[in-house]
Design a protein around this ligand. Structure first.
Ligand code: AMP
Length: 215
């Protein structure tokens, strides 16, 4: 099973990917996570991507497609892939088709999480994650059950993404509207697009995703 989770920043792609990994043993391929790791490690890719990401713009198609290509090639054939935050442009969508074909995989579902853009700013500026295990939280919608302590690993250190501020979020949404949303009609023509209300509760969205995977 190979699926794409699509939606503007804050739609819940990361949260839902983590759930799919846990429930179905799939593997999350998040270009955002890969790029943040490259920035942290100071690799040549990280050095190129850092400022572009801080502005909320898109890094080059070649960089992200190469990252996906390498990850997928290193993955066992039996493990399902969740593409999270990739593809984000028509060129990336074309590259993904070629990468999947090379790896003997086909795309089963494109799931779009639909969201109210005004609410996204609140969602994004309130989100944070465990610095140790990466578990995702939100100040009001999904805080740790004991304040200041990670539910998953017990760590007391948390972090926020530098690009989760209102100004950058607006740029990221604009990029989504201008460059990412236009790739949907191509997938619709293949009959593999499903839409879900991404404003619903996390468990509700997860249940709807599972229903799509069973269909
Ligand atoms: P994300 O974690 O998916 O919100 O991505 C964070 C940032 O990484 C984006 O705002 C872009 O600057 C960059 N990025 C992640 N994935 C891609 C992609 N597929 N194409 C271009 N830039 C990306």
């Amino acid at each position: 099973m190979n699926i794409i989770l699509l939606g503007p920043p804050g739609a819940g792609k990361g949260t839902q990917s983590a759930g799919l990994v846990e429930r179905h043993g799939m593997r999350q391929l998040s270009t955002g996570d890969m790029l943040r790791a490259a920035v942290k490690a100071g690799t040549p890719v990280g050095l190129k991507a850092k400022e572009v990401m801080e502005r909320g713009e898109l890094v080059s198609d070649e960089i992200v497609s190469d990252l996906i290509d390498a990850e997928l090639a290193a993955m066992g054939q039996d493990t399902g892939a969740i593409f999270d935050g990739y593809p984000r442009t028509a060129a990336q969508a074309e590259s993904l088709d070629a990468i999947l074909a090379r790896n003997g995989r086909t795309l089963d579902h494109v799931i779009e999480l639909e969201v109210n853009e005004d609410a996204l700013v609140v969602r994004i500026t309130g989100r944070f994650s465990c610095a140790k295990c990466g578990a995702l939280y939100h100040d009001t919608a999904n805080p740790p059950s004991t304040p200041g302590v990670c539910d998953s690993c017990g760590s007391t250190e948390f972090k926020r993404r530098p690009d989760d501020n209102e100004e950058t979020v607006r740029t990221r949404m604009q990029e989504y509207r201008a460059k990412t949303a236009p790739i949907l009609p191509g997938y619709e023509a293949r009959g593999i697009v499903s839409r879900i209300d991404g404003m619903a509760a996390i468990d509700t969205v997860a249940g709807q995703i599972d229903a799509i995977l069973r269909s």
